[in-house]
Design a protein around this ligand. Sequence first.
Ligand code: UGA
Length: 434
Amino acid sequence: MRIAMIGTGYVGLVSGVCFSDFGHEVVCIDKNADKIDRLNRGEVPIYEPGLDELMARNTAAGRLSFTTDLAEAMKGAEAVFIAVGTPARRGDGHADLTYVYSAAEELAPLIADYTVVVVKSTVPVGTNAEVGRRIRAVAPEADFDVASNPEFLREGAAIEDFMRPDRVVVGVTNGRAREVMSDVYRPLFLRETPMVWTSLESAEMIKYAANAFLATKITFINEIADLCEKAGADVQQVAKGIGLDGRIGGKFLHAGPGYGGSCFPKDTSALARIGVELASPMRIVETVITVNDARKRRMVEKIREALDDQLAGKRIAVLGVTFKPNTDDMRDAPALTIVPALIGAGAEVRVVDPQGRKEGEALLPGVSWMNDPYAAAEAADAVVIITEWNEFRALDLERLRGIMRGDRLVDLRNIYVPESAREAGFVYTSVGRV
Ligand code: UGA
């Protein structure tokens, strides 16, 4: 089967590469010629474990290629995916659909034989139908259907999520489109992956509802963590105790500095906007957004309290600044709130992050970038863990303590056992545990 993938951002690139690994012939298209050149040279523009190897293998097998030429890419393609960005619009939080609609209008005149135009970008309810209308307006005779196929990849685990998804959601309007989409995902049938066939509108809603629910779950446990600190309970035990209830489930119950990333902040704010527009307010989601924003700022106070209310003149080693491990993505990372506030209060900040420096350098002016946690901790008053990279999970705490001039360890991801940290000589603070 031949597939065209418009957009080589995170979702487009991972999906394109994985579809080629299914055995399909995939051509990825991007307007950015420089990016396409780099992809053709085998360079992977993002950090995603396993992606480079999979890309190299499928390019070598002749199933995967990259071009700026949409017309060429669409020749013989039975499915054309739109996987372009839908950033939050400045000011009002609405999803910006400019790129989606212009992709639709550009591909419209190139439709030759029956083609399914699949929207993979996260888009508000009604967008897929509008994509159909816009294509029809440009190319009234074109033989096509629109399908909505939202993506549930997590950065850092994207290949695994694509190859072994919990489910695949596809919105279609008729059996012909469903047949093409079944062919696209046929390799997953062998793994008995549940396929959820819905209307276009339901598929669009599923994506927002899923992300908003997960963001709510995280925010809920974060508030419980605060309460645990006051009440003398341990949030990890609480999370385990509630998570074993099958109706609740144990995943996404790790308390921390607040969610970040390219999806939850953008999608919760878009869903809240949809609610306002359709006069069906999303009050829970609105609260989640407010609570999560406040939480990132609150983490600065936590660090200040750990340092006896004094940040000025303190040297702080920050371990991890990306919004989560195994990514180089800094979008809406809690560190972007925390680190500048520490610097603003007069602290000296030294940062270590296995992948964050490339993006982080411009976003975090005034920090010193170090290559290893022990070097960063030299003569530091405090070590603050913001992102739970594996590299930070098994530090020699006694050695770390010995290198520092102070003894404060602020673990915003609860990766250490409080007793062990205290035994190593630390005054240890974490989230939702005393
Ligand atoms: C999220 C969803 O998990 C994916 O299913 C979805 O496809 C994706 O958004 C998207 O819409 O494209 P992602 O943003 O890559 O994926 O990362 P997550 O693993 O969901 O983490 C998001 C944030 O929540 C991170 O800042 C993470 O540290 C935080 N988090 C996550 C917690 O604080 N606690 C948890 O228990 C889980």
